[in-house]
Design a protein around this ligand. Sequence first.
Ligand code: CA
Length: 238
Amino acid sequence: MIRKETILVVEDEIAILDLIAAYLRADGYIVHTAQDGNTALKQARATRPTLVILDVMLPGVDGLEVCKQLQAEQQDIYVLMLTARAEEVDKIVGLSVGADDYMTKPFSPRELVARVKAILRRRRQLSSAPGSGIIEQPELRYGDLIINPNTREVWRGGQAIDLTQREFELLHALAAQPGRVFSRDQLLERVWGTEFGRIDRVVDVHIGLLRKKLGDDPANPTLLQTIRGVGYKLVVKR
Ligand code: CA
């Protein structure tokens, strides 16, 4: 039996909060709400939502900080951020707060629900298997890079690397077929899902974040290489 997922909606504008909550409840989700950052964190600890819809501009602790804390506290939480301005998108992507998706206001509630479904569908594909549960996937080892898809741990040169869910999925997608060149569209589809056209830059920014965390020189990357005009590949030195 599939349990309906719990979603926490965090937004200080009551009209928007009520609208989102109403649409999600109509779709059968269990919805909790919060109107500021501190309440959001308390609610999340108490209700363990699968997904959090999180406005960036909040009184008290802002949405970016809430997102970081949620990702630090709960391993399997997904976050969809709501932004009012394009500059906030840069912050979400650039600060590596661990958001899984974002929408810029004003947005249609229908599209929001569709995005929520896309995130949750992707999660089920990742975590479910026929029968009781979990497929053991092989650990990937390339030189000093170790990727364990089961524990979602990444090691490089003996150092554990702390990645967000998207960073992990992007690295795993590339590493599952080393040497294969993936276009940005292919990576978007694998890692972000493709119900909607997404900006290419989200792939580029995440590649940049991965290079930084993995110690791959962005000016001369040896691990995550850019294929000009095409996309990216993971290069393995045997
Ligand atoms: Ca707000």
